[in-house]
Design a binder for this molecule. Structure first.
Ligand code: COA
Length: 150
């Protein structure tokens, strides 16, 4: 798998980005402001992540996604570790990420990559998303915020 930054004139892989965030509008908004990286295998985009600077020295990993047929083979972990490497190369000191209380796999993945839970934004998804979201039989209500110091 080869990971590279998307060129300015290239179209972002919107289908992949929407796997991580059901809101087209929110996805459009952060790809405008952040850097999008894609993972390719034999010329096919199979993964994506977006890094968005938020505060001095801090960057947020706002979207990580792996194409369904390639999930559970270690690519997600490779993407998160690559995002940490890119953030460090760009001089950032802290990487933040947020995920839903029902996103069990994502919570496992980020913690396995060294992230620690810092806070919980209660009812974030209830307030900001028009549709009710369920994952793993759990309603997605709260945003769990994690971070790692580089
Ligand atoms: N309990 C414990 N560990 C779990 C787990 C669970 N229920 N589910 C996954 N994991 C672990 C895996 O075992 C692996 O750890 P390991 O390498 O130590 O074995 C780690 O999580 C990551 O697995 P990996 O195969 O690299 O993940 P992936 O390629 O399937 O990608 C996502 C993970 C989340 C990127 C992928 O499922 C995806 O694209 N989901 C849809 C988009 C999304 O929700 N993005 C996140 C937005 S916050």
């Amino acid at each position: 798998m080869n990971i590279r930054k998307l060129e300015l004139d290239e179209k972002p892989p919107i289908d992949l980005l929407l796997l991580a965030d059901p809101s087209h509008m929110i996805v459009e908004r952060y790809i405008e402001r952040g850097d999008c990286y894609i993972a390719e295998k034999e010329g096919e985009a199979i993964g994506v992540y977006v890094l968005l600077p938020t505060k001095p020295n801090t960057i947020e990993l706002v979207n990580v996604a792996v194409k369904e047929t390639y999930q559970k083979q270690g690519f997600g972990k490779q993407l998160v570790l690559d995002a940490l490497k890119q953030a460090a190369l760009c001089g950032f000191k802290t990487v933040e990420v947020g995920t839903g209380n029902s996103s069990i796999e994502q919570l496992a993945l980020y913690q396995k990559c060294g992230f620690r839970i810092k806070s919980v934004d209660s009812d974030f998804f209830v307030k900001h998303y028009p549709q009710v979201i369920y994952e793993n039989g759990i309603q997605c209500r709260d945003m769990v915020r994690l971070s790692i110091e580089l």
